[in-house]
Design a protein around this ligand. Structure first.
Ligand code: FES
Length: 81
């Protein structure tokens, strides 16, 4: 393992991941995901949203299907239920 000038081990740059508890996991790209059937999905985007709810029509990528659908005719105080 490479060391810094003071002799401590150098740390490898880490990939940063952001977890949205109501939605996707955001990963700094490019990203390759190995799917259940062994195929690999790849995205070269700078930031990639990975679906965690499995409702996406573009799985494994998030297409915002995790968001609750709300009718515009309902008053705002009823929409939060
Ligand atoms: S997390 Fe967004 S569609 Fe599944």
């Amino acid at each position: 393992m490479p060391a810094t000038s003071d002799g401590t081990p150098a740390r490898t740059p880490a990939r940063r991941v952001f977890v949205d508890p109501q939605g996707p996991v955001i990963v700094e790209g490019p990203v390759e995901i190995v799917l259940d059937d062994g195929t690999v999905a790849r995205s070269d985007r700078f930031s990639v949203a990975i679906c965690t709810c499995r409702r996406s029509r573009t799985y494994p990528w998030c297409d915002t299907s995790h968001r609750r659908r709300e009718r515009a005719t309902r008053p705002p105080e009823e929409r939060k239920r």
